[in-house]
Structures are given as C-alpha cells and as structure tokens.
Write a protein that binds this ligand. Structure first.
Ligand SMILES: [Zn+2]
Ligand SMILES: [Zn+2]
Length: 446
C-alpha cells in the first residue's frame, strides 16, 4: 500500500493508481525512470520490450553532439528503425517552444513513427510532449541537462501568438537521465535547474494560501513529494555546485519528484506560483521586445527571492496591522474592481491583453466581482493567524539568494538582466498571468 511516507522516492509510484487521502484517485502514467551513469544504454531495450521499432529522435544542434549521435548509434546497433529531427533555431539563433517549431516537428512524424524521443532540455521536451500527445505517439525523455522540473510533467508551456500558456499534454512514458551526460552539462543549466527547485518554497506556500483563504483543493501527498524533492536539492547544494554525479542524481531526482507531484494532481499548482508568474511575465515582455530569452530556472530562482521578500513582509504583520492596512485601502478606494483590473491588464500586456482578460474571467465587459472577491478582505483578516503561519514557513529571501549564489546562479534582477522598471511592472501585472492565488495577490491588500 503506497503512502505519503514514500513521497521522497520515485520508483514506488511509477505506473500506479493511488486512492489518495485528498479524495482523488491519482495516476502516474510514467512507467520507467532510469537516473544513472550510462542510462542511454537502457533506452533501445526498453523500446523493444514495449514493441516500438520505429523511433524519431528530436534534437537541436547542441544536443545532437551531446547525446543525439550516441543514442542514434545505440538504437541502430539494436536494429531499431530510427530517424532524426534536428530542430532549427529562429532568426535570432533561438529555439522557442512556439508554433514554428511545433510544425517543424509534426512534419517529421511519419505514419511509421511509434515513439518520439526528446533529447534535450526543457524546450525540446515541451515541443515533443505536445506533438506526441496530439499525434498519439509514445513519448520518451532523455534530459541532457538538469535544467527544469518539466521532464516528468504533463503540461507543455508553449508560446502561441506571443502568449505563454501551459497546455495539457502527456507525461513521458519513460525517462533516461544519464548522470555522466548531466555532469557535463553547462553550469548555467545546472544552476537553472536548482533555481526551478528553489521556487518550490514559494509555490508550495502560494498553494497553501489558496487552501487557507478559499478552501482550494489541496493534496498532502503532492505537497510532501515536492517538498522532499526540494529538500534533496537544498541538502546537496554543494555537490550540485560541483557538478558531481551525486549532485546530478539528487538534482534530477528532485526535479523528477516535482514533475510527478504535478502528474498526481493533474496541474502545476504544487510547482508553480507567483515566482513562475513573474518569470513568465518577464519572458513575454522579452518576446514582445524581441530580446534573447533567459533560462527558465534562472528567472524562477531570482523571482523566488522576490516572492520570499513579499512573504517576509507579510509574516511581519499582526492581525491588527493587516486589518488597518485593508481598511485604509478601502477608504482610499484603492481596491481592484473588475474595471481597474481590466485597465491594468491592458496596460501590462499590450497586444496579448485579450488572452489575459480571458484567463482572468474578465473577457466580458459586464464581468462583475464574484461573491468570493467581495468577501476576501474579511477572510484575510479573519484567517490571518493561519495565513501568517504559511508566510512564516518560507525561508528568508537572503537564505534563498545564498543558496542560488552557491550554485553560481543569478540572485538579483540585475545579475539576471531584468531592468528595475520591468521588475516593478511585473510585481504589478504578473498576478494576471494565471488566475491562481499567490503572495502577489495577497500583497496588494497589505
Ligand atoms: Zn519551472
Ligand atoms: Zn491527493
């Protein structure tokens, strides 16, 4: 019988369906995870076991050199029919998970292809995840760098028409993470993976805020699994910084656990909160300004430090101080009515405002405040002791910055390459990236 005590392990959950204490039945569709030196060797025999003889390997020019050629050779040696799709960069030399790349891959999926293998980091996985789901092919994952927690997850964050949205697709059937390969990956990608994990401190707290304030559904198992994955990475920060195989194992296991926790609940709530909204907001502005993209995990790490600052400020407030702050805002008329939210979204999102209005249930011009929104200020005051406890559980921002520094990742927007004006805008507008309760939304009352 599976229980929350096994939340820090991967294998017991693979291919399982669990009747959870949260009232839901969770299924993990991933059947196999190999995290070891030489994991690539295990892929051809697994494909044969499953009866897949036609494989398509998806790489870019970097991952072709890092692992693609080797895997191609291994598959051929095992007498598999294997073809290669090399995704090309755009005119800025970038590979983004967008319409252009999706179509490029779809054109390469012949009727004979049974399984598509993502050989790369986050972007290649997101594109393969989406296409294999839409075209009903098996999906294998070969991470070439421990850079994101998205390998194991089900959602594909794609940029469609310049708007970053997460589209439900499928998890890989099997993951083959070769530790020797991960240890050779660029330090910046390793630091980014660590940053993506550090963001779980604030995403988990955001999920708790939703539970405390709105009674949002919560799952103790998914929460604990993410927490254990995070703890693993924090406990082995020095090994991760060194790029040792032990460090890579811990980081990859942590990222995988975070991915599985999203699979359990069927959404990204445990792993993605205000820190991801800030990161997505920066990313969309960069796209609008036609600037080179920053690494996802690098942005998330820096954004988590920012979110931890908001948590620190909230944790310092007494119930009386919160009641006074809210009363003062209401007296000034400084509250977000649907009309003002609509104005902010127009100001903050420009050409993609319509998609953001829809995400926030504000597409109809006569959208009114829900009863929930009207009651919220009162709930914040009444439930402040519990809210404050959630806030107090987030480590101080300085501690998060220190951990990022140890793995060599950026810790401030300045080091990351995001201007102070953009940070200011994002603290105002990023809450609309997703209709999800976070510390950014709470902070607007304090
Ligand atoms: Zn992430
Ligand atoms: Zn559950």
């Amino acid at each position: 019988m599976l229980s929350v005590e096994q939340a820090g392990q991967i294998d017991p959950w693979l291919g399982q369906s669990v009747e959870c204490a949260c009232g839901k039945t969770h299924s993990v569709s991933i059947r196999k995870v190999v995290i070891e030196r030489g994991a690539l060797d295990a892929l051809p025999s697994y494909a044969q076991e499953r009866g897949y003889s036609e494989l398509l390997l998806v790489v870019d020019k970097n991952t072709l050199d890092a692992a693609g050629r080797e895997l191609l050779g291994l598959c051929k040696a095992a007498h598999l029919n294997v073809s290669l799709c090399v995704l090309g960069a755009d005119e800025r030399g970038e590979l983004a998970a967008d319409e252009r790349v999706i179509v490029q891959l779809m054109l390469n999926v012949t009727p004979a292809v049974q399984a598509i293998v993502a050989v790369g980091s986050g972007t290649i996985h997101d594109v393969v995840r989406f296409v294999s789901h839409k075209m009903d092919r098996a999906f294998f994952s070969v991470p070439t760098a421990p850079s994101v927690d998205g390998f194991a997850s089900v959602g594909a964050p794609l940029i469609i028409g310049g708007f970053k949205q997460t589209i439900a697709a499928c998890a890989p059937e099997a993951i083959f993470a070769d530790l020797a390969l991960l240890a050779k990956s660029p330090k910046a990608l390793i630091a980014a993976g660590f940053g993506d994990m550090l963001g779980k401190y604030t995403s988990l707290a955001d999920w708790q805020l939703g539970r405390v304030l709105f009674g949002e559904p919560h799952c103790e198992l998914a929460d604990e699994m993410t927490r254990q994955g995070l703890a693993m990475c924090v406990d082995y920060v020095d090994e991760i910084a060194e790029g040792s195989e032990l460090g890579m194992r811990k980081l990859m296991e942590g990222l995988t656990l975070s991915g599985i926790s999203m699979l359990l609940v069927g959404h990204s709530r445990p792993a993605s909160g205000g820190e991801h909204h800030l990161s997505h907001y920066w990313e969309m502005r960069f796209i609008q300004q036609r600037r080179r993209a920053l690494l996802h995990g690098a942005k998330v790490g820096v954004a988590a430090v920012q979110m931890a600052k908001l948590y620190e400020a909230a944790a310092a407030l007494s119930k009386e101080a919160v009641a006074a702050a809210i009363a003062e805002r209401q007296a000034r008329g400084d509250v977000l009515t649907p009309e003002r939210m609509r104005e902010q979204i127009q100001a903050g999102y420009g050409s993609i405002a319509d998609q953001v209005l829809a995400e926030n249930g504000l597409a109809a011009l006569d959208a009114t405040e829900s009863a929930e929104q009207q009651e919220l200020p009162q709930w914040i005051i009444e439930r402040w002791d519990e809210v404050r406890a959630v806030c107090g559980n987030v480590p101080p921002s300085g501690q998060l910055a220190d951990a990022l520094r140890r793995v060599g990742g950026p810790t401030t927007v300045d080091e990351l390459g995001v201007e102070p004006e953009l940070l200011e805008d994002s603290l105002k507008y990023a809450k609309y990236v997703r209709n999800r309760y976070t510390i950014i939304r709470l902070h607007q009352w304090l």
